[in-house]
Design a protein around this ligand. Structure first.
Ligand SMILES: [Zn+2]
Ligand SMILES: [Zn+2]
Length: 364
């Protein structure tokens, strides 16, 4: 057991509490990670503001990269000093969903995450929860061997961390979720971190038009740099603007905001037989009201994509190769690298249109 510093969420809408916690020793299949970098993700913010509920106290933070510090007795593929990023969707490889190739829907996640003792605890002994069994806003955490992917030596971990949530979610929604075909047309609603990753995915997939939609014009220069060919301000009638620009709706529309309103916009923006794909995390109990005729007369499809809908470890390794080839832009995604103690400030800055992703540096 070691003592480390963590940023603990003890009450919603309150600042994180920086305090010492105890980190358990690794189980046989786990490693202890010295966390170096964590991307600030809107899903963390959902828990911090209570729009999605979590058990408290909890350490949030999940878009994680770090250095392996010690390994459990059964770990064979990792050793101390390895530079790794997290693959956040655990899967057993054995249940029905895993067997048919949908590991993001593994039916045995609670079993996989179960540990004989809490991973984190206060010095007095009270357990501290970890969001998604990760708890990355801690200078050390425990992760299973099969939830980590080694990254190339010359990839900075401050950009590598983006692969574990933002990039796998956005690019995976394009490649595996909606399966965008070369030459097709795409709209992306919401151009923050995930939306920017979707735009990049659409570019890599060979889309012939990529329409970036956002309420904030300040996001458009970055969106164009990531591959957007057109931009539309979300305060307008988005579907009408897209038809005006392209002569028809798009083949694929991605919703990266997490609201019922933008989901309806995504469905309206696709042409007959097109696919709208929901990627943003909506608040608990959000419900959609949609025109039914879009589905039968228009033969539209509405799908969801969670964490890239795929084989996270393989996909992250692929994305790392695309980055090394200069085809996946990561450095451009990172608007700022901030000290660990400034995480609250970083979350407050995220609503700005100038920000694509903010990354915390846990080594300072
Ligand atoms: Zn995330
Ligand atoms: Zn499974």
């Amino acid at each position: 057991m070691i003592t480390t510093e963590a940023a603990v969420l003890t009450a919603v809408n309150e600042p994180l509490e920086y305090t010492d916690i105890l980190v358990d020793d690794p189980e046989p299949d786990e490693v202890r990670l010295a966390v170096t970098n964590v991307g600030l993700c809107h899903s963390d913010l959902h828990y911090m503001t209570g729009t999605v509920s979590a058990e408290l106290p909890v350490v949030v933070g999940h878009e994680v990269a770090g250095i392996v510090e010690s390994v459990g007795s059964a770990v064979t593929s990792l050793q101390p000093g390895d530079r790794v990023v997290g693959a956040l969707t655990p899967s057993c490889g054995l249940c029905r969903n895993c067997q048919v190739g949908h590991p993001t829907q593994c039916g045995r996640i609670p079993e996989i995450r179960r540990r004989p003792r809490p991973a984190f605890a206060f010095p007095g002994g009270r357990a501290v929860e970890r969001l998604g069994a990760i708890g990355a806003f801690s200078r050390h955490t425990l992760m299973r061997e099969n939830s980590l992917v080694k990254v190339p030596d010359d990839m900075g971990l401050h950009v590598g961390c983006l692969l574990s949530c933002c990039m796998i979610t956005g690019v995976g929604a394009v490649f595996r979720g909606a399966r965008v075909r070369p030459g097709s047309t795409v709209a992306v609603i919401g151009c923050g971190g995930i939306g920017s990753a979707i735009i990049q995915g659409a570019r890599l997939a060979g889309a012939s038009a990529i329409v970036a939609v956002d309420l904030d014009d300040a996001r458009f220069p970055a969106a164009r740099a990531f591959g957007a060919t057109h931009v539309v301000n979300g305060t307008s009638d988005v579907a009408a603007e897209i038809r005006e620009l392209l002569g028809d709706g798009v083949d694929y529309a991605f919703e990266a905001v997490g609201s019922a309103r933008t989901a309806a916009t995504a469905l309206a923006a696709v042409r007959a037989t097109g696919t709208a794909c929901l990627v943003g995390i909506a608040p608990d109990n959000a419900e959609l009201v949609l025109p039914a005729s879009d589905f039968f007369f228009g033969e539209k499809r509405l799908i969801g994509s969670y964490m890239g809908s795929g084989q996270a470890r393989e996909d992250i390794a692929q994305l790392a190769r695309l980055y090394m080839q200069g085809r996946l832009l990561l450095d451009e995604m990172v608007s700022d690298v901030i000290p660990f103690r400034d995480v609250d400030k970083g979350f407050a800055a995220m609503s700005s249109g100038e920000v694509t992703r903010i990354v915390a540096d846990l080594t300072v």
